[in-house]
Design a protein around this ligand. Sequence first.
Ligand SMILES: [Zn+2]
Length: 213
Amino acid sequence: MEIVLIIVFLLLGLVVGSFLNVCIDRLPAKQSIISPPSHCPACDKRLSVKDLIPVFSYILLKGRCRYCKSAIPKRVLLVEAVAGIGFVLLLCFYGVGPELAVTLFYFCLFLVIFVIDLEHHLILNKVVYPCAVTALIISIFLPQLEISPSLAIAGHFFDLGWASGIVSALLGGIVGFVIFFIISLLTRGGMGEGDVKMVGLIGLIVGYPLIFV
Ligand SMILES: [Zn+2]
């Protein structure tokens, strides 16, 4: 793997991580992730470029706002670092290609879901629903490699063609959703509806029968 490519992906991951922090801060607060530009939540001062360099700004500012000295959550640094490292690891694992692009998207998605759930005990519909639609669209284009054994058998009788990916995704989504819906009923709210929807989303992403894993 070329070192230049690794550095590009590391920097890309850090910048994307910085944007994921904006999503994590603003989505639960029902704010736009586009405007206004980044500002300190404590003193409202608009942050300049030198305050927004991923990882480095946090270290140089010793984790405090340049203007009002209020603490910046450690999570900001962690999400940026994890995104940067994650981008490099996934690049090394998949190599450049459509599979890498899809995996990076899902990596970012679940990083956002994980941190928001950790901080607010919420899995937001406005994250899960659009991504469920996206997962279905992606499944149409996925190579037929992931076809499950049962679908492969069906493929001998019916030519599923381009639909095999989406059939696998829909089956995975339904199976995941139903199993966890039953668990949530049995535990009487021990498992939230956000979790049930998230497992449905995972089913749409990995398809059937991988959803059982
Ligand atoms: Zn401040």
